[in-house]
Ligand binder design. Structure first.
Ligand SMILES: NC(=O)c1ccc[n+]([C@@H]2O[C@H](COP(=O)([O-])OP(=O)(O)OC[C@H]3O[C@@H](n4cnc5c(N)ncnc54)[C@H](O)[C@@H]3O)[C@@H](O)[C@H]2O)c1
Length: 435
């Protein structure tokens, strides 16, 4: 059967031929154009398909993700190896990869490990969640003490594999994370990136490493969420997180459990309770209060239900460091090889707190005394942004298994913090800035 188009190609009257030929040329041109544009559409479709495949691949396989390479080379490897070396005189020393080493807790733990003769390599992505110059200053301090800090992301599977290629780390002290409770409302993705995806990438590397390292990492007291039973014990319910941050830490506890269960990774999770001290985190209340008090700016003090004061189990950094080192020392070995579990490995969770909560107004009055300046306080009802009214740690488990014994009260700890703050930010002791 002929189509309408076939019919058009054969004119019925000879006089029409010239016009018909022109029409024919037009039609051919149109067809040619139509087929070119079809090809163009197909090409676009194929490009889009390839791009979405590649991005899916990089989503499911972190090895395919691309991170800027600022690492590698013989000199870099030598620095990593040297930094990981255990001092000869140290018996049963360990070589530890400390993630988040340019952070508050990470820098202190790295220095303490190095001081006693263990090998330490740091890893940090120096993100700008808070002033990165403070992280750089901590890094310089670590460098001066013989600790090399690699600049990279825990999601960079190639970098992690390379690090384990260069050094057979016996332990990983995982402290890199997106911290802070309120920031999760602004940038939720950063919590998923570091606390979930990054954690899994790191665990994948540890699982595959030969020998498998023991894994000690920072969870948080925030997993207790809306729990009202005090003091908070490790066996309490933790299924009512009050913030996305808490939810990612709780997920971390479940995720690490699966790596322990399936691959025989030795895992210790540490629930830190409001850590404070020199070289601390500028986003935390004691730090920002100090800054504002010194600058004559008002501070916002939150109040809970029925105007009740908020309270925290503030824990001094030196005590937390002792808890971290105690956890590393007692972690027990991982039992997996070649991605297979060869026997049961320890899975532990500990509270690391001070076990004596202090209200926020009391914290402010201690700061006023140390700074010799009165604070301008604005009392405000606590908004529902992820904060909880109080925290209080039961530390008996850590005491019996890690020998953990916090020894610094808030008064003494804040004195040390204020001394550091004034000197770091260039204040004379009368509270006047020299800058
Ligand atoms: N400080 C506390 O009061 C407290 C309380 C409970 C739990 N924690 C946990 O303890 C750990 C240390 O906290 P901190 O107070 O030292 O915080 P911090 O922000 O000072 O340190 C974390 C460090 O990790 C780095 N980091 C973040 N994401 C990274 C990534 N994807 N790759 C590589 N590096 C990355 C950051 O740059 C930062 O230097 C965190 O896991 C935190 O959640 C802290």
């Amino acid at each position: 059967m002929r189509s309408i188009e076939d019919h058009d190609l054969f004119p019925s009257t000879p006089g029409k031929v010239k016009i018909e030929r022109t029409n024919m040329l037009n039609r051919q041109f149109y067809r040619c154009f139509a087929s070119t544009s079809t090809m163009f559409v197909w090409a676009l479709f194929l490009i889009a398909l390839t791009a979405s495949y590649l991005s899916f691949q990089s989503f499911v396989d972190p090895k395919n993700r691309h991170y800027p390479i600022s690492w590698g080379g013989l000199n870099w490897e030598k620095q990593v190896r040297t930094s990981a070396q255990i001092r000869e005189s140290r018996q049963r020393g360990m070589s530890v990869l400390v993630t988040g080493a340019a952070g508050f807790v990470g820098s202190h733990v790295s220095l303490a490990l190095k001081k006693r003769g263990d090998g330490v390599v740091g890893l940090d992505n120096f993100n700008d969640y808070y002033d990165p110059s403070l992280k750089r200053a901590r890094k310089s301090l670590l460098n001066e003490n013989g600790i090399f800090v690699v600049e990279g992301d825990i999601n960079d599977a190639r970098l992690l594999a390379k690090l384990f290629d260069v050094v057979a780390f016996s332990h990983v002290m995982h402290l890199a994370a997106q911290a802070g409770v309120r920031y999760a409302m602004k940038n939720p993705g950063s919590y998923i990136h570091s606390n979930i995806a990054g954690l899994v990438t790191l665990l994948e590397t540890c699982k595959a490493a030969v020998p498998q390292p023991s894994f000690v990492w920072a969870s948080s007291s925030s997993v207790y969420g809306l729990n009202e039973k005090v003091p908070f014990s490790e066996s309490d319910q933790t299924d009512q997180p009050a913030s996305l941050y808490a939810a990612t830490k709780k997920s971390g506890e479940e995720i690490t459990h699966t790596y322990n269960h399936i691959y025989g990774l030795s895992v210790t999770g540490l629930r830190f309770f409001t850590v404070y001290g020199p070289w601390g985190r500028p986003d935390m209340a004691y730090f920002s209060f100090t800054r504002n008090i010194l600058q004559g700016k008002p501070i916002t003090v939150y109040r809970g239900k029925n105007r009740a004061d908020l309270a925290r189990d503030f824990t001094f950094i030196d005590d937390i460091v002792k808890g971290c080192l105690g956890s590393l020392d007692t972690s027990g070995k991982s039992t997996g090889t070649g991605g297979k579990k060869r026997g049961p490995a320890p899975y532990r969770i500990f509270n690391l707190g001070n076990t004596s909560p202090v209200t926020v107004p009391t914290l402010v009055s201690i700061l006023e005394r140390h700074l010799k300046v009165k604070a301008k306080k604005n009392f405000v009802d606590m908004p529902g942004n992820g904060d909880v009214p109080f925290t209080h740690a039961n530390i008996s488990l850590a005491r019996s298994e890690l020998g953990y014994k916090p020894s610094t009260d808030l008064q003494t700890g804040l004195k040390k913090f204020v001394k550091w703050y004034l000197s770091y930010y260039g204040y004379h002791h009368n509270g006047k800035s020299v800058n």
